[in-house]
Design a protein around this ligand. Structure first.
Ligand SMILES: Cc1ncc(COP(=O)(O)O)c(C=O)c1O
Length: 424
């Protein structure tokens, strides 16, 4: 791949990430912030004449496919059988496989209490919620989970959604509309998309840069919302929540924290700050869905204004009940034991790292793909993450650890990684 001129990649891929600086001004800190219009999706990069002239869907499709393929970014789905992390056989290699790719950090997706709760809910409520919650899809199990999540998070109320993605979209479109949204450049795609859909004045700050975030908040003419992942999904690092919440408290801004990947303890937030916490039921809770926790009035507002809540079928009752059972496990002595085990696994790969997501940055896309393939040949599934998900030159292996791994799985991974690179 090195040295080969890349063909244009369709806009939907190129616009995956927030960008705080104009690309030609990337440097150490200097640069301007992109305006709202610059942050919106760029047009497809096919030549203008073709864009206007091609009326043939088949031709258009093949153009898209070949542009992605030529950029070496064509991705495929592969059906693995079972809940993981150990798979008996793998379609492409026919050998046993241990996955270090899932977000089932505490190993609850296949926990008997979690699966049992889902089964009971299937019998009681059926397979689906059958309509949006405001029409006829609201079930007692949704309210039970919302009350439990609010108690768990120490907030007045909570609201569940079919996915974490939809949760971020609803929160940002509801509270961001007519406001300024100040967003970390490495925030998750669902935050980027929610911010775009909100039509807010979106301002992106360099990753973790409190000085820049503070300036963008202070200069805002009206309501301001600061949004950040607490644990960043591709690097596994933690946002400066203390500093961000102090900025918000000083300026009356609302801080929205996305805790999707949060498992280990996080920095405290300023008690004076207005904070809303977004979470997902699909990662450490092992189920499916998303939630937001905060003051009751805000949850009520989301029910009334959040389009990705209103215009979609309610979360499946089985997923809802599974998440509730998972919260109970996490809150028990067993949950504490699972967390300790995850801590030990993480320390075995990168001592003291603040999350179970460990990025092994290798640079070029080819290097990351080759490393992932080499691990795969050893029966270890570790995904290569490359542009547009991360910036060019920052391609990496993304290891995610789980309490469902055992010591020998982790030791095997450690040896295999040491054979490839020295883990940073
Ligand atoms: C930081 C972050 N927020 C939100 C989401 C979306 O959550 P869900 O998978 O429940 O839609 C993800 C998913 O990867 C994520 O990484």
């Amino acid at each position: 791949m090195h040295g080969r001129a890349r063909p244009p990649v369709p806009g939907c891929l190129e616009s995956d990430r927030h960008r705080p600086l104009a690309s030609d001004e990337h440097g150490k800190g200097a640069g301007r912030i992109r305006s709202r219009s610059e942050n919106s999706s760029p047009p497809l990069k096919a030549p203008a004449s073709r864009r206007l002239v091609t009326s043939d869907w088949g031709e258009w499709t093949e153009e898209q496919v070949s542009a992605i393929r030529q950029a070496d970014r064509w991705r495929i789905l592969e059906g693995l059988d079972g809940p993981g992390p150990r798979f008996g056989s793998d379609r492409s290699h026919g050998a046993g496989l241990v996955s270090f790719a899932s977000n089932d950090y505490l190993g609850l997706a296949a926990h008997p209490a979690v699966v049992g709760a889902a089964r009971e809910a299937l019998d009681r409520f059926g397979a689906g919620a059958t309509s949006s919650r405001l029409i006829a899809g609201d079930r007692t199990v949704h309210h039970a989970l919302e009350d439990r999540l609010a108690a768990w998070r120490g907030t007045e109320a909570a609201l569940v959604f079919p996915t974490g993605y939809q949760t971020n979209v609803a929160v940002l479109t509801t509270f961001g509309s007519g406001a300024r949204i100040v967003s970390d450049e490495l925030n998750h795609a669902s935050i980027i998309d929610g911010a775009r859909l909100s039509r807010a004045d979106v301002q992106v700050y360099r990753h973790g840069d409190l000085e820049q975030a503070g300036r963008l908040v202070a200069e805002a003419p009206g309501r301001v919302l600061v949004v950040t992942d607490s644990v960043f999904s591709m690097d596994g690092d933690v946002a400066p929540l203390g500093g961000l919440s102090e900025i918000c408290a000083r300026h009356g801004a609302l801080l929205v924290v996305d805790d999707a990947h949060a498992v280990f303890p996080l920095p405290d937030v300023d008690p004076e700050a207005l904070v809303m916490r977004v979470g997902t039921l699909s990662k450490a809770l092992g189920s499916q869905g998303g939630f937001v926790a905060g003051p009751r009035r805000w949850m009520e507002l989301l029910v009334n204004l959040g389009r990705s809540f209103i215009f979609t079928t309610g979360l499946a009752p089985a997923s809802t009940a599974a998440a509730m059972a998972a919260v109970e496990v996490i809150d028990s002595a067993e949950g504490a034991g699972r967390l300790d085990r995850l801590r030990r696994h993480t320390d075995a790969i990168r001592p003291g790292h603040p999350s179970p997501i460990v990025a092994v940055v290798l640079g070029e896309e080819g290097a990351a793909l080759a490393a992932a393939a080499a691990l795969r040949r050893q029966g270890l599934r570790v995904p290569a993450i490359r542009p547009p998900t991360v910036s060019p030159g920052a391609s990496r292996l993304r290891v995610s650890l789980s309490a469902a791994h055992d010591e020998s799985d982790v030791a095997r991974l450690g040896r295999a990684l040491a054979g490839l690179v020295s883990v940073q």
